[in-house]
Design a binder for this molecule. Sequence first.
Ligand code: NFE
Ligand code: MG
Length: 500
Amino acid sequence: MGTLVELSPLTRIEGHLGIRLELDGGKVASAYCAGEMFRGFENILRGRDPLDAQQITQRICGVCPISHGLASILAQEQIYNPALTPNGVIARNLILGANYIQSHLIHFYQLSALDFVDVTAILGYHGADPALNDLRDWVSGQRKAGAISPGAPFLPRYAGHYIQDAGLNVGALKHYLQALDMRALAHQAVAIWAGKVPHATALAPGGVTEQVSAKKIAAYAAIIDQLRVFIDTAYLPDILAVATAFPEYFQHGAGPGDFMAYGVFPQEDGFLLPAGRVSHGQAASLDLTKITEQTTHSLFSSPSGLHPTKGQTIPAPRKSGAYSWLKAPRYDNRPQEVGPLARILVAYQAGQAQVREMVDQLLGALGRQPAELNSAMGRHAARAIECKLVAEACARWINQLKPGEPTYADFDVPASGAGAGLIEAPRGALGHWIEIADYRIANYQCVVPTTWNCSPRDDAGVPGPVESSLEGLPVADPQNPLEAARIVRSFDPCLACAVH
Ligand code: NFE
Ligand code: MG
């Protein structure tokens, strides 16, 4: 019997995630990934007016409400068939694009960077930057904040495990603080077309309800310009610095090798980030009928192996052999990794020129091979590349809006129908499946990015992507299993979404 390590709850992620590791000879022999709460949105939706669904489902998450709203809208539009306007489609891209940027920035700086950056480097800072002086005072405990212990939330730190260069550390900490302002700006950009954020009011089947004006175009463009400067001068260089300092994380954290993306950001020539699958380095077909959710190890008594059109959500909190409130989504009975890395690999395989150029450039600068992208560091790199790609696309799309032209098209809601809404949330492939009967929601199922990535074992006992990515990982100190936390955080898990 090896050593058992419980990371519960794992901090600096969204939601309630428990990781259990069984160590043998200083390495992870097996890993279990548990969603530790139930929410029940799929059941809340039943019996309601379908036109409320894009408002209710946005409450699944405050980080990616836009994706849930749009998935719901796309599912409904399969039934209503509104004649979408160009302005409406572009505005949706602008809303989702700015939401991606805020999500990726907060993931790297606020959630992940402190796995690599030494916060205590600030104690040696004696420059003139007021924000950094403030941070130094905070970290050194000179500032008392109510009941919060001195230095929280940054201490304690595990000495010797971080970037050594003081200048790099202090620079990254400055960006950590700036990223908070950048995130606020990105939220403002979302709200220009979405009415508010989180939980946008302007998203509706048929388009968006905000109108286009020259003033809004100018305001959005000015914010995107600022975000692009930050991505180019802070985010990408910091990713390069972290990847250079921790090259071993190109060897750790490989997922199952199967990647899936539904496609996102429609443009005149197809999706900016295309739909598809990559299986062990080869392009593979995507057939949505092959998606099922298995429940043997999930805390549901729902039948296992149902397609989401027939999905059921029956909680069974005391089910024996089950350990997670996530179902186990599978494609053709196999786990799939979803997220920025999946999107970038699918786009790379599809020959998307800008993605190829950015990926080749980054791998060249780091002296890495494309196969090494299937790793913890590969996920961080792909997310940063995608952030730049999306920000540049937002800067193009904003110039395609036509002030005064409609953003919305009306439609009728039939008594019955069924639809699937497939989109890419910041964390990966997101699907909503709706069935309407007698003008009411008869069934609603969400299969969510983190449900794919943090899936428990399936009917055949095959672990989910996060679980298998931890197998074989060396953990030096079971009391401080920092290596495992780094792997899990590279997926950017959101358990609030995953359990929905
Ligand atoms: Ni709560 Fe979400 C994204 C969705 S992750 S963040 O991105 O859908 O499962
Ligand atoms: Mg579901």
